[in-house]
Ligand binder design. Sequence first.
Ligand SMILES: Cc1cc2nc3c(=O)[nH]c(=O)nc-3n(C[C@H](O)[C@H](O)[C@H](O)COP(=O)(O)OP(=O)(O)OC[C@H]3O[C@@H](n4cnc5c(N)ncnc54)[C@H](O)[C@@H]3O)c2cc1C
Length: 407
Amino acid sequence: MSRTATVVGAGPAGLMAAEVLVDAGFAVHVYEHMPSAGRKLLLAGRSGLNLTHAEPLDQLLGRYGAAPKVTAAVRAFTPDDLRAWAAELGASTFVGSTGRVFPTEMRATPLLRAWLARLTAAGVQLHTRQRWIGWAAASTAPTLVFRTPDGATAEVSSDVVVFALGGATWPRVGSDGGWADTFRTAGVDVRPLRASNCGLLVSWSPRFVDAHAGAPLKNVAVGVRDHWVRGDVTITAEGVESGPVYTQSAAVRDAIDATGTCTVHIDLLPDLPVADVVARLGRRRPKDSLTNTLRRTLGLSPVAVAFLREATGNELPVESEPLAALVKGVPLVITATAGIDRAISSAGGIALADVTDGFMLRSLPGQFVAGEMLDWDAPTGGYLLQASFSTAVAAARAATAWVDDRD
Ligand SMILES: Cc1cc2nc3c(=O)[nH]c(=O)nc-3n(C[C@H](O)[C@H](O)[C@H](O)COP(=O)(O)OP(=O)(O)OC[C@H]3O[C@@H](n4cnc5c(N)ncnc54)[C@H](O)[C@@H]3O)c2cc1C
């Protein structure tokens, strides 16, 4: 009789676990509570699907902090393996200027479509609109309980289970973190799910929002306690977002947790030393307004000048030295990060100490966990998807080995 596997959650981690398990000879059933698979992957692809990163492997592994189980999984299924896997699905990839890796088509849709077709051809059965709500009373094989679309419940038993339920961001695409309490009730240590890679809230004036929401501050640096991250920052109605903000958001969140506030600095001209900024401002023409001076001598964009005025309550210093100091570090006092609902990822989840090296729950033999629902964190840059895929491969391989040992 063939070996059976249940995968819960049809995101990148769940589908990857399903693929490894079906290749290992399991009859695989994937359960997903949304009407279709991979909705967050599709959302990620809307702004350019950053699949992984091309930096040297040791540097990449450093992005995951102290999470040796996760880094071991990435070593065993590397960015090169992920790119080869995507290429097999017809999604060749390229390395962008910052080392980020994207499919040539940028979007996730063609990749997901080809992947689902391949999984179906291999025999994986996807059951949508099935919400996992817990376990049935003790039985010899793991038995899961699902709520079906008609409100009834259904029990599913299998040799192994892989949970890949995602984090708790963008719940409208399915990852609502509802699983956390179910696991806690079962005695599993689930660390609080917190926003990571999120925007920072700033209470802009309505006038500034009307004129500049959606506009980028191009090529700036975002500093938190002398650690600077370069890139573009987007002004939003609620505050600031995009790459360097997300990268700094964990440090900001931790500072706010500790002291209630965090001052973030934005360097509008990271390529110019402050002395050069002072010298350029010194070329001010007597008749020029301050706005014209900032545009003409420093080349600041209209949104950058408006941002300077907004951040200082329109009290710009007139003297070159203090003005240059301001341009090199516009202070923003942050008291809150954006909510978890709109974050790119969530930190927290199932404690890595509660799973084996192969991501099997120590207290629930035969049941494995993969992807963002595990307690690891990483910045944006492709590291989130890489670890989601890699932990799924590791969990599915370990599940296969576990059944082999048992039989
Ligand atoms: C706007 C945005 C852009 C992003 N861009 C990138 C990027 O470019 N690069 C990158 O590396 N990362 C990116 N990410 C992060 C990345 O998408 C996630 O880290 C990744 O999808 C996590 O994969 P996962 O399979 O663990 O979880 P998910 O993709 O969240 O999948 C979990 C699945 O489980 C299902 N599920 C949840 N609960 C239940 C239940 N009780 N019963 C049944 N099914 C359930 C969900 O519906 C979902 O389909 C982005 C995220 C967002 C929000």
